[in-house]
Write a protein that binds this ligand. Sequence first.
Ligand SMILES: Cc1cc2nc3c(=O)[nH]c(=O)nc-3n(C[C@H](O)[C@H](O)[C@H](O)COP(=O)(O)OP(=O)(O)OC[C@H]3O[C@@H](n4cnc5c(N)ncnc54)[C@H](O)[C@@H]3O)c2cc1C
Length: 285
Amino acid sequence: MTTEATPARDKTAIPKNPGRRELGMKATLLFPDRDIVDRFYVPLIYTACRTCYSELEPDEIFRRAVDGRIDPAKQQKLIQGVIESGHGSTIEHIVFTFGISGVSRTLSHQLVRHRAGVAFDQQSQRYVTFKGASTMLPTSLAEADPTLRERYEDQIAGSLELYGEMVAAGIPGEDARFVFPNATRTNLVMTTNLRALIHMSGLRLCTMAQWEIRRLFQLIRHEIFTVSPFLGSFLAPKCVALGYCDEMGNRDEHCPIRPHKDNVLGAWADKAKAARAAGRELSVR
Ligand SMILES: Cc1cc2nc3c(=O)[nH]c(=O)nc-3n(C[C@H](O)[C@H](O)[C@H](O)COP(=O)(O)OP(=O)(O)OC[C@H]3O[C@@H](n4cnc5c(N)ncnc54)[C@H](O)[C@@H]3O)c2cc1C
């Protein structure tokens, strides 16, 4: 079958913001609610930080923080400094649990690659026999030449139909599922501590991340912001905290969020050379 040529994607362009299209996926913060976060989460992290520098016992520090005897703004200031210094164990004491639904298996395969500080439970394709498995349609295909999109949709529909026929013929679901495409949607519960969440967000909010997982982390960031704008402010592409981009694929700086490290080092080398030519050494302070 012939199709109209689809224009080749410009490899150096920033991927379109996946937030612009309704993808049918959800990320819901199941626990904690705003009240718990307000009352206990910042005091808990503060207690972890302050214990390192105080003669007081942790329970006393915690009580004072929860009672408001320690100004919440002061608590946040210490926490911000500690996070920015990379003392990450202090933010492993608080966790967030998300219900994630309607994401593709392509996404879940990427998500469960995160190992440290995160737990997952995922809908089983062995124990669930699907009557109507649903699938994800990528934007590039939604906007592609209609013939190509139709072929994609036919292929997906064919896979799901064959699955149904196999199950009806007595093939166990755990074997029939081999025909499912990567586009098949799935549900997960994910619990993560704040350190792991900041790390994952740094990688997955980056414009180099795949569009679907990037969208998921935009939804996750939105959920955290609704319970704590302060804690939500730490969820950002990794370049924001680093101050530079370390992605090889962005040497041309097509993503403008931060300068690429090669250019930062290049600018530093030029500055050092100019300083030497003027008879001075650059301070490394
Ligand atoms: C844009 C992008 C493209 C990717 N492309 C590919 C690809 O093509 N192929 C592929 O296979 N994967 C790919 N990945 C996945 C990637 O390689 C990681 O497996 C994934 O992002 C998990 O991150 P992490 O290793 O930081 O693990 P996490 O579990 O999130 O770990 C957090 C941190 O803890 C530390 N840590 C965790 N476990 C250990 C350990 N065992 N030993 C020492 N330190 C540890 C590390 O500092 C690590 O960064 C890609 C990821 C991104 C974001």
